[in-house]
Design a protein around this ligand. Structure first.
Ligand code: GDP
Length: 452
């Protein structure tokens, strides 16, 4: 993706039949192209309705053209957007014509990469564009918007400023190898390193939440066979997905469904029943259930309230707590809950439901939403949730800061301390995108969709 002087074109809407399809062009030739197609260059940001005729003069469609003058476009370059009828054949004809006229097909993410290279967005903002496209809940969208508006970039800038200030103090002594840092400077540098370290820890603590926002809250439904787990999953999803059967142990493989509850996006996983005396075939399902439970963020423990609860394996119960588990007393239509729960289930949150009649499901959703609300880590007043790339860079920054702190405590050559600080700075710089590594940039933008 180094040919940044080319004028690129791509379909920005999905390939398929729709009311409208949008073709995007960006680069230096956009103005000349708009003039040729329309007979004259329209004013910038003005919607011009005109025929689209190909190079041979054949009518392809009537379309709406909008010309954007640099730097006031998404990419920061001259750009042209063409809205045609949403017929893949028409869109393809227009694209082919644009290629005949000298445009090159855009690679995935190339429009956003140009916005980044042109300084319109920092790298964390470019990634936020992707998060906005993929957000599947109010929270995920809010976090993506906040990142696009520079929340993470600002946090990183403050961190970089802190480290630069400390480094400046250290570097003043590098030319005097025999002199140690004066005590006063050492204390200031040490305080800066501690603050920076605290900040990296805070940001790293949002990493799992970032995963939750992007992938969904892993919510594992657990209970003995026939407790009503599948019926409950169907109630939560709002349609029949899981097989409901009177035969115990029917859900041997996992059924996974995505669902939105309040402002959250959850991945509901219906597991094989926990059976204290499993058949060999059930044993495998139970082992898999325990594996899934290891990665779960939330648990819905479904009990058949007409029967005493089963004994759950310790491996599971030691993961249950007030913050991640709801005990669902199902089949409330058949019985008033007639026995007392023992620990650890007794001290967890409860809700009574009838998956058959649909009662209690709203109360369950409210409780789930409240646990999900509390999964969001507190990082000041902005919603920040870093991604895996940020986490990787921050872990490196953290390790360098820890090395710097050890040198501050034990004494040691000032140059080595400076080198740790520089390594921390470099790692922090990668998040907002002060990166010289072109290959890494290409890889990152290649994960975007074409036309974005
Ligand atoms: P699973 O094995 O835990 O997934 O349980 P299922 O969802 O397959 O349900 C087992 C049986 O219990 C089915 O016959 C369901 O119709 C029934 N069932 C599930 N929930 C309720 C409920 O709330 N009340 C009553 N009366 N029956 C239920």
């Amino acid at each position: 993706m180094q040919r940044i002087h080319d004028t690129i074109a791509a379909l920005a809407t999905p390939l398929g039949t729709s009311a409208i399809a949008l073709i995007r062009v960006s680069g230096a030739e956009s103005a000349a192209l708009a003039s040729t197609l329309l007979g004259e260059l329209p004013p910038a940001r003005f919607a011009k309705h005109a025929d689209y005729r190909d190079k041979a003069g054949a009518l392809v469609d009537d379309a709406v053209f909008i010309f954007f003058k640099a730097p006031h476009s998404y990419t920061g370059e001259d750009a042209l957007e063409i809205s045609c009828h949403g017929n893949p054949y028409i869109a393809q004809r227009i694209l082919e014509d644009l290629f005949n006229r000298g445009c090159r097909p855009a690679e995935p993410g190339e429009f956003t990469q140009r916005a980044f290279l042109g300084g319109r967005l920092d790298l964390s903002q470019a990634e936020a564009v992707m998060d906005i496209i993929h957000a599947r809940s109010e929270r995920a969208l809010a976090a993506a918007h906040s990142q696009l508006r520079g929340s993470l970039g600002r946090r990183m800038n403050a961190l970089v400023e802190e480290l630069l200030g400390a480094l400046a103090r250290i570097e003043a002594y590098i030319d005097f190898p025999d002199e140690d840092l004066p005590r006063e400077d050492r204390a200031l540098v040490s305080a800066a390193v501690d603050r920076a370290h605290h900040s990296t820890c805070q940001l790293l603590a949002t990493s799992h939440y970032g995963e939750i926002l992007r992938e969904g809250i892993q919510t594992v439904i657990i209970g003995e066979p026939n407790a009503g787990k599948s019926s409950l999953l169907n109630c939560l999803v709002g349609r029949d997905r899981a097989i409901v059967s009177e035969e115990p142990g029917t859900t041997r493989d996992f059924i996974e469904e995505c669902v939105q509850i309040s402002s959250h996006f959850l991945r509901l996983i219906d597991t094989a029943g926990i059976n204290p005396a499993p058949q060999p075939i059930e044993r495998l399902g139970m082992e898999k259930t325990l594996e899934r439970a290891e990665e779960a963020d939330l648990f819905l423990v479904v009990l058949d309230s007409t029967r005493p609860p089963p004994l759950f394996p310790k491996q599971l119960t030691e993961r249950f707590n007030q913050a991640n588990t709801i005990v669902v007393l199902n089949k409330s239509d058949l019985s008033d809950f007639a026995f007392t729960l023992s620990e650890p289930l007794a001290s967890l949150r409860h809700v009574s439901t009838s998956a058959l009649a649909g009662t209690g499901v709203d109360a369950l959703k409210d409780k789930v939403a409240s646990l999900a609300d509390d999964l969001q880590p507190n990082v000041g007043n902005e919603l920040i949730a870093i991604n895996a790339r940020h986490a990787h860079a921050l872990e490196r920054a953290q390790a360098s800061l820890e090395a710097a702190r050890a040198k501050l405590e034990n004494g040691g050559p000032v140059e080595l301390l400076a080198s740790d600080m520089r390594a921390a700075l470099e790692a922090c710089g990668e998040i907002a995108g002060r990166i010289d590594n072109e290959r890494m940039l290409d890889q990152l933008f290649a994960t975007f969709c074409i036309g974005k």
